[in-house]
Write a protein that binds this ligand. Structure first.
Ligand SMILES: C[C@@H](O)[C@H](NC(=O)OP(=O)(O)OC[C@H]1O[C@@H](n2cnc3c(N)ncnc32)[C@H](O)[C@@H]1O)C(=O)O
Ligand SMILES: Nc1ncnc2c1ncn2[C@@H]1O[C@H](COP(=O)(O)OP(=O)(O)OP(=O)(O)O)[C@@H](O)[C@H]1O
Ligand SMILES: [Fe+2]
Length: 571
């Protein structure tokens, strides 16, 4: 099968020819380069209306030259997300070409294409995917016929966050490659630098990770302020990259840990950045996962990825009638029924070796995304020793600060939550020098390994109480709740209740004090996200969770949760 792909969601007018027999991809692209500022939708659309016919005609001529008049078996196009005026031009071109050639039309989700090209090129079976593009930043994992959004930016895409800073200092679009060059130069020339590695001086910028979601807006603003204050621009570029990419690497590691996946693929324009790829490769190596980033021509926007996924969709019969082929500027990757693959879900619910621990060996060492956990003692005296291990991928100063601050926060908030009536482990000892805590051993498995409405309801109540005390957890996932299902079974089965069954909240390292409705709603959003990422039938679990929260907490927070959930959606 040969597929002609067309891409034009924002800046790149592109056509490609994919030959599935030989697995070869030819791409012809024409980029829109704004004279000043960022991408202007109207100018971008004008560019598309001129450039799309040219690149398509070129590819068609190449195809017909080589394979004759019946060269093309299907036409695939980017249906969204993207800028409406650009998408409509691409849609019109694709419909008319499919009509003229009398071949099927395939409507491709651009973000799923960024993912699938990595899966295709790597040969990985079931990876987690980090899409690091201009307008987006998210983690996807396959589960039950859909790509689930495991985590995503709460505001700007990563490329847009970088470009916002470069516009502020007057650099032309796109800013990403210029920031990369300036950062590399700074790292190489700073007196503290050691052969251009990451030990150059680091500015303190916001680092915001909540569960597997993250935020870049604070980084862009702080970077702009630093420039206004006269900080050398190279130093800002370096620090911007170190913070933003460490956040992306951290959430990727969390996604691998939560799902139990051992493969990561990278997609999107920002993935062309060497430092981002270096960090992700180092993280994967340290946890024994495989990592793949396709070659640059498949990372930035391109029609090759549209043609390759288009061929898989066409082979699965997943084509679209012209009358139903409207574009969708807000097309989310989790809306797409994945017709072209089968196989196991990435989200097995509580992976990470023994960490999910359906009571396999309760004393085996566990490894979370951040820490190693060793179990010591027995019976009532059983303790866990939790050590936040250094992460070689991130700048040593940032690494030290994060490990220390989170250890302090965890010790303090675990105890405060307990005093507020929320079940948490007792804290026996804190050793800041080695970022190590000694905690009471609680529960017998992670909620991820025993997902059940009774527990999600209990988590709702506990979070409500926690928020009532002015504390957010910051990372309330199904891996950060410990439960004792056997206790419940005994109690329900024969009336015995030697120890009252409880759901314990653990891992308060990302917690903080706040009375803001928004922050409280974010906690609920993170918990629901972790359920959606791993559960086959999330709705009843989420309903029970919200009922638990509603019974003990503030309705305003539940209302705000709807806004938070909608806000992360791509515009
Ligand atoms: C919806 C679609 O239109 C959109 N496309 C998009 O954002 O273009 P993409 O090619 O994936 O990414 C462009 C971004 O990638 C950044 N970029 C390019 N080279 C870079 C580099 N070496 N380092 C950092 N960023 C880089 C640019 O600054 C720009 O922000 C998307 O995929 O979100
Ligand atoms: N107090 C405890 N009692 C029993 N088990 C625990 C306790 N603390 C941690 N664990 C176990 O160790 C695992 C990892 O701990 P924790 O979540 O605190 O570390 P982490 O590295 O921050 O993990 P992640 O970032 O993946 O949530 C938990 O999922 C749980 O199975
Ligand atoms: Fe893109």
């Amino acid at each position: 099968m040969r597929v002609l792909g067309i891409e034009g969601t924002a800046w790149c007018a592109s056509a490609a020819l994919y030959d599935a027999e030989t697995d070869s991809v030819l791409i012809e692209s024409d980029a829109y380069e704004p004279d000043s500022g960022g991408i202007h939708p109207r100018e971008a659309a004008e560019h598309m209306s001129e450039a799309i016919p040219e690149v398509v005609d070129h590819m068609l001529a190449v195809a017909e030259d080589e394979h004759g008049p019946d060269a093309i078996d299907a036409v695939a196009f980017s249906r969204g997300p993207g800028l409406g005026p650009c998408l409509r031009i691409v849609g019109t071109a694709a419909r008319s070409l499919a009509g003229t050639l009398d071949v099927p039309l395939v409507g491709v989700n651009h973000m799923v294409a960024h993912l699938e090209i990595g899966r295709h090129r790597s040969g990985f079976d079931n990876p987690v995917c980090l899409n690091a593009s201009g307008a987006n930043a998210h983690l996807l994992g396959y589960h039950d016929g859909r790509y689930r959004v495991l985590g995503e930016t709460m505001d700007a895409g990563v490329g847009n966050a970088i470009d916002k800073f470069t516009r502020h200092v007057g650099w032309s679009h796109p800013g990403g490659p210029k920031v990369e060059a300036a950062a590399a130069e700074f790292a190489g020339t700073d007196p503290g630098a050691d052969g251009g590695d990451s030990t150059a001086n680091l500015l303190d910028l916001p680092y915001v990770v909540k569960g597997m979601d993250f935020s870049f807006s604070g980084i862009s603003s702080a970077a702009n302020d630093a420039a206004d204050d006269g900080v050398p621009v190279g130093e800002i570029c370096f620090s911007l990259q170190e913070h933003a990419f460490a956040m992306l690497t951290e959430v990727s590691e969390r996604a691998l840990s939560l799902t139990g996946a051992d493969e990561l693929v990278l997609g999107g324009g920002v993935a062309q950045n060497d430092r981002l790829r270096e960090m992700l490769a180092a993280m994967c190596e340290a946890r024994g996962a495989d990592f793949h980033a396709p070659e640059p021509r498949f990372l930035r926007d391109n029609a090759g990825m549209i043609a390759v996924l288009g061929a898989k969709m066409a082979a699965a019969g997943d084509t679209v009638a012209i009358s139903e082929s409207a574009v969708d500027p807000n097309f989310r990757p989790d809306q797409v029924p994945v017709t072209w693959r089968d196989g196991e879900s990435v989200a097995r619910g509580g992976g990470g070796g023994a960490a999910g621990g359906a009571a396999r060996d309760p004393d085996a060492d566990r490894r979370g995304a951040e820490a190693t956990v060793t179990v010591a003692g027995s019976g009532e005296d059983r303790r866990v020793i939790k050590r936040r291990v250094p992460k070689s991928y991130r700048h040593p100063d940032l690494d030290r600060t994060l490990r220390r601050d989170r250890t302090v926060a965890e010790a303090r908030l675990t105890s405060e939550a307990r005093r507020a009536g929320v079940p948490t482990p007792l804290v026996d000892d804190v050793d800041l020098a080695s970022a190590t805590l000694t905690l009471q051993y609680v529960g017998d498995r992670d909620l991820a390994a025993a997902l059940d409405e009774r527990w999600t309801e209990a988590v709702g109540r506990h979070l409500a109480r926690l928020h009532g005390a002015g504390i957010v957890h910051g990372d309330p996932t199904t891996r950060n709740v410990r439960v004792s299902p056997d206790g419940v079974g005994r109690r329900r089965g024969n009336g015995e209740s030697d120890a009252p069954p409880e759901a314990y909240l653990i891992d308060f390292g990302l917690g903080y004090h706040t009375g803001h409705v928004e922050d409280h709603a974010m906690d609920l959003h993170v918990f629901e996200g972790s359920i959606r990422a791993t559960a086959t039938d999330p709705d009843p679990l989420i309903a029970a969770f919200e009922a638990g929260y509603g019974a003990a907490g503030d309705d305003e927070v539940l209302e705000r949760l709807r806004d938070v959930a909608d806000r992360g959606r791509y515009r």
